[in-house]
Design a protein. Sequence first.
Length: 321
Amino acid sequence: MKSIPWQDRPEGNKDVIWRYSKNPIINRYDIPTSNSIFNSAVVHFGDGFAGVFRCDNKAVQMNIFAGFSKNGIDWNINHKPIVMQHGNTKMIQSDYKYDPRVVFIEDRYWITWCNGYNGPTIGIAYTFDFNEFFQCENAFLPFNRNGVLFPQKINGKYAMLSRPSDNGHTPFGDIYISYSPDMKYWGEHRCVMKTTPLELSAWQCTKIGAGPIPILTNDGWLMIYHGVINTCNGFRYAMGAALLDTNQPHNVKFRTQPYLLGPAETYELTGDVPNVVFPCAALHSIKEDKLAIYYGAADTVVAMAFGKLSEVIQYTKDNSL
Ligand code: BMA
């Protein structure tokens, strides 16, 4: 497997997560039709990397596009959106697609995204090659967002985090987990994590949603997530981390009270939606103790941040709610 992209912590920086110095890695007009390219997901693929990118076009239609990279930083994104074929269903209606996540499980790559079907719900598809994609049944009823699969079965079943929501700019939202024997029928829904009381940790007091695919560590599943506060200027999105029990992931062991990364750089503060950092993917190496996070910034561009896995875990334990 190719080494993950990496940049050492800048001298004098004391943060547990630090930004890539050449952010953003993908700009809003990087394909001819795009208005913005942001909340996107990447994985190891062949001798490099592949990804699924959210590109809104200049009519501001939301869709997902495949892309490829040798080093995980410089990307070639297809100029045409992904065209779905029938997977485990004939019903592949989709009014829009946004905020993809990607994970390799067993023999193929699975993509989840927010799928427009009479409002937002969770779409699922698989691919073997990032060329042909096969769409499956939606996981849940509308309304739902932030469907994030675990990278392996848990107690014999596929597992997915999600955030039941409404049809608008949802002013609430907690993280749930659901299980499936076959990637078609989902049940055994359990609440994982709720928003926090304002006085305890206000950055995550309005809504929360899972971000990248959870990472299995000796301390449980490391789940990076976004948290939102509703300010007099609208929503502000930051990212935090939690450690979930390995076999019973609805049991939260630790959860950061402070955020790990909040909007502070210009490309996070200004754009189509100001004050948004929205993580959708992470590459990691347990051996090298490295974590590389991909996040959408201000609903306009894609940026990266790095951290030492062991430090993120320790920080999560030491600064837990
Ligand atoms: C959420 C989604 C995300 C977006 C975020 C901030 O509801 O629409 O795609 O990044 O709002 O606008």
